[in-house]
Design a protein. Structure first.
Length: 119
């Protein structure tokens, strides 16, 4: 059973920065993809970033160079550095660990951390 501890969310002014952290226990994440997703009130769940086991990164189109994801397998952790934050970035951000095994995709989720961008 995977257990996630997410931190780093909070209130920030437009143009500010936050770094989200997610530590996973119960498994060695080295073979997992690690992602961040978000969901704002009244909006659909959307993918923010993903970093695979080869350290290749992917971002949602709306990120446009503002966010950077990284991982530290020794700490079983994934991070999301967010710069130039906008009010529309306000959402609950969820950490995700995923892998394909024998043709089946497995997804595991953290409990979420609130990010609010407001003046």
């Amino acid at each position: 059973q995977l257990h996630f501890v997410e931190s780093g969310g909070g209130l920030v002014q437009p143009g500010g920065s936050l770094t989200l952290s997610c530590t996973v226990s119960g498994v060695n994440v080295e073979g997992y993809g690690l992602a961040w997703h978000r969901q704002a009130p009244g909006k659909e769940h959307e993918g923010v970033s993903c970093i695979n086991s080869a350290n290749t990164t992917y971002y949602g189109d709306f990120v446009k160079g503002r966010f950077t994801t990284s991982r530290d397998n020794a700490k079983n952790a994934v991070y999301l550095q967010m710069n130039s934050l906008k009010p529309e970035d306000t959402a609950v951000y969820y950490c995700n660990a995923n892998r394909d095994f024998l043709g089946k995709k497995y997804n595991y989720w953290g409990q979420g951390t609130q990010v609010t961008v407001s003046s």
